[in-house]
Design a protein around this ligand. Structure first.
Ligand code: F6P
Length: 362
């Protein structure tokens, strides 16, 4: 039977999404002679009047190296908890049946959902409602336990590492402590790997609550040994031993997910209480998610796209593609959304960094 596959990209964008779309389209059309349609702007494209487009071989030409997603994305369209206005108030309503009806109305047989934790949870719930779904994991934070690595993550590490390389010369010239805030809500992968690669002196991650006094001691020790500047990498989700994650916007005002940000300035302020040193703060923010994916991420994303189509051919629904060791394989989406992949505070990576003289503020 000639199938019609619908593909949706949900949640925050990340480099490599277009490589997945291209992999899906090329395999579905080229190998199986199926049809592919792209849902626009995440699940929002299946709410109200459906927004979608036909994906042909021509429409995915030249997108492998492009960042972002040609389909658009959104982290606002959770059909199981959708904000609607009722008598002047906002109420969260389950409109998933509308999404299912719209999906069926498009004549689609299967949905490929590409996204992080939030998108995959929606995909799993749609699967439980009877929709044939296949998942592709995506997050630059690399915080999904069910896959060894997600695409987009290596690109982010490369971007931060380059920034750290560049910040070294200006920090050294001015003998400053440079605090660099990077992404990583619940997991400090970007901070720790870019920190090691970019020769940071202090790395603060969500998994290891920091003591500001220990950071000051580390910077002081460096100064006493002749290095009069320090580079401090802080994951946005890091917190002091007696503190909390710093939020720019609370969950209730941001579609149920707090917007993090500001820990860099807090650490810089705290440093001035125990250190006589000029500090500056750099927030890399969405730079880490923009632009062209690294070759590794293009390849991984392409492998995921191809495998997602092959899962459909094998009628393995409710599954998510994943990388285990060197092999692309698949796991239950329900298992994928159950656990986070976090840095082990006593693991080899942290111990290696400490052996190199990097402080975690503990
Ligand atoms: O989950 C990926 C991520 O990049 C987080 O590190 C960050 O907190 C969040 O997305 C930012 O999302 P937004 O694009 O909504 O600001």
């Amino acid at each position: 039977m000639r199938k019609t596959i619908a593909i949706v990209t949900g949640g925050g964008d990340c480099p490599g999404l277009n490589a997945v779309i291209r992999g899906v389209v090329r395999t579905a059309i080229g190998r199986h002679d199926w049809r592919v349609i792209g849902i626009e702007d995440g699940f929002e494209g299946l709410i109200g009047k459906p927004r979608w487009r036909e994906l042909t071989l021509a429409s995915v030409r030249g997108i492998l190296q492009r960042g972002g997603t040609i389909l658009g994305t959104s982290n606002r369209g959770n059909p199981f908890s959708f904000p609607v206005q009722h008598e002047g108030r906002t109420e969260m309503v389950d409109i998933s049946s509308q999404v299912v009806d719209n999906f069926r109305g498009l004549g689609a047989d299967v949905l490929i959902a590409v996204g992080g934790d939030g998108t995959l949870k929606i995909a799993q719930s749609l699967y439980q409602l009877g929709l044939p779904v296949v998942g592709v994991p995506k997050t630059i934070d690399n915080d999904l336990r069910a896959t060894d690595i997600t695409f987009g993550y290596q690109t982010a590490v490369a971007i931060v590492t380059e920034a750290l390389d560049r910040l070294h010369s200006t920090a050294e010239s001015h003998q400053r402590a440079m605090v660099v805030e990077v992404m990583g809500r619940d997991a400090g992968w970007i901070a720790i790997e870019s920190g090691i690669a970019g020769s940071a002196d202090v790395i603060l991650i969500p998994e290891i609550p920091y003591d500001i006094k220990r950071i000051c001691q580390a910077v002081e020790k460096r100064r006493n040994s002749g290095s009069r500047f320090s580079i401090i990498v802080v994951a946005e989700g890091a917190a002091a031993i007696d503190g909390q994650k710093v939020e720019q916007q609370q969950a209730e005002n941001n579609f149920g997910v707090a917007r993090l940000g500001g820990i860099g300035h807090l650490v810089a302020d705290q440093l001035t209480t125990c250190l006589d040193m000029e500090t500056r703060v750099v927030i890399l923010g969405h730079l880490q998610r923009g632009g062209t994916p690294t070759p590794f991420d293009r390849i991984l994303a392409s492998r995921f796209g191809v495998r997602a189509v092959e899962l459909i051919a094998a009628e393995k629904f409710g599954r998510m593609v994943a990388l285990k060791g060197q092999q692309v394989t698949d796991v239950a989406i329900s298992q994928a959304v159950a656990q986070l992949n976090r840095v082990d505070p006593e693991g080899e990576l942290v111990l290696t960094a400490e052996a190199l003289g990097i402080s975690f503020g503990r």
